[in-house]
Ligand binder design. Structure first.
Ligand code: NAD
Length: 340
């Protein structure tokens, strides 16, 4: 019997054993989300310098306190291990993890694809979910479909907020129309300080004119701070290379050039600079042109809107995996399952 068990539709189901790879802003938020869930249990967490594993469940508060005070969950006694190849060591030594949330920086732009290759090589079988953002990054993963299938891995990609929750909302909103003209995603993010989400902010800078993934990755923390000083802490992003486009195109909803993504990120104020929304414009069967708008509540944080969907898709991925449906799926083609 696991520490957490829940009543499924017909019988007791063991809680889903979850690992979180990457324990920065989103990884820590993910641990806090899981602490409130009965159907999922956090058993593993890894960061750049180490990992922690406990089959009976990790204490989110202890993991966070250890990471924040000492820089790695690997220092958590007695369950932590210090390692500079933490993901390989964790996945090679531990076998009871049903699914991993990849809360890792995708810097360079093929980092998550390379971690996935390592997981395939390790022989581990289960569900992977990412909150990856760039079109080109999702495309690399889509190309790995046959390898994932052969490895017995069900990979859920683009399952954060955008891409993720908002892409899925667009897929749903599209149902009213016989023809889709435009999908426009505008996100507002407010965070108290950029250091809490270093990878997210570096990846956002990479979308600014004159920057690339490589130049943003190479920036020192001081250089990021100097840039943020110039912009008063605000990043304004337009026409981003965002995988919502390829996901909606693959789902057969709209061509990718009709999907537009932009946003404003305030790195010095947790209040959102604008309300995150997706607008889906199309023509109904009667010939009427209309726009559906789905707006997120301003009180919901980026972390809430990424981690909630990620685990909802992880649960959906577990159900696919149990049915032998391996390979790769996007947030636009599968409905997330609510995690109790
Ligand atoms: P962060 O910088 O706060 O934390 C990254 C973590 O990864 C750290 O714990 C670090 O130690 C760990 N890490 C780095 N290299 C590692 C390695 N080789 N092995 C093991 N661990 C390693 O990151 P964040 O701001 O939480 O962002 C995580 C990802 O989430 C980013 O790629 C970001 O783009 C993505 N994101 C997606 C959405 C969305 O809506 N889809 C929204 C926000 C962020």
């Amino acid at each position: 019997m696991n520490a957490k068990q829940v009543i499924g539709s017909s019988k007791f189901q063991p809680a889903i054993h979850v690992g979180v790879l990457g324990f920065g802003g989103l990884g820590q938020a993910a641990a806090r989300v899981l602490a409130l869930k009965k159907e999922m249990i956090l058993v593993a967490a890894a960061d750049k310098q180490g990992y922690a594993y406990a089959a009976e469940g990790l204490n989110a508060g202890e993991c966070i306190a250890t990471y924040q005070s000492r820089g790695s969950v690997g220092y958590l006694e007695p369950v932590g291990t210090i390692s500079n190849r933490s993901i390989q060591d964790l996945t090679e030594s531990v076998h009871h993890v049903d699914g991993y949330f990849l809360a890792l920086p995708n810097l360079p732009n093929n980092f998550i694809a390379s971690v996935t290759q390592e997981l395939i090589k390790s022989g581990w079988r289960g569900v992977l979910v990412d909150a990856i953002k760039r079109t080109s990054a999702v495309e690399q993963l889509l190309e790995m479909k046959a390898q994932l299938q052969a490895a017995g891995i069900t990979y859920m990609t683009g399952c954060g907020a955008t891409p993720g929750l908002l892409t899925a909302a667009a897929a749903l909103a599209a149902q009213s129309y016989t023809e889709i003209h435009r999908v426009e995603i505008t996100f507002g993010v407010g965070i108290a300080n950029w250091e809490a989400y270093r990878a997210t902010i570096r990846e956002d800078i990479a979308h600014m004119p004159g920057y690339s993934v490589e130049t943003a990755r190479a920036m020192t923390d001081e250089e990021v701070e100097a840039l943020l000083d110039q912009t008063h802490g605000v990043l304004t992003l337009e026409n981003m290379e965002h995988a919502d486009d390829v996901m909606l195109e693959l789902a057969g909803i709209v061509e990718r050039d009709r999907v537009i993504v932009g946003g404003v990120v305030d790195t010095r104020n947790p209040k959102k600079p604008l309300s995150t929304n997706v607008k889906v414009t199309g023509r109904t069967f009667e010939g009427k042109i209309s726009t559906h708008t789905f707006t997120l509540g301003d009180e919901t944080s980026m972390a809430a809107n990424v981690c909630g969907p990620a685990f909802g898709y992880l649960k959906a991925g577990i159900q696919l995996h149990q049915r032998g449906m391996y390979g790769i799926y996007t947030a636009a083609e599968i409905m997330p399952q609510f995690v109790r």
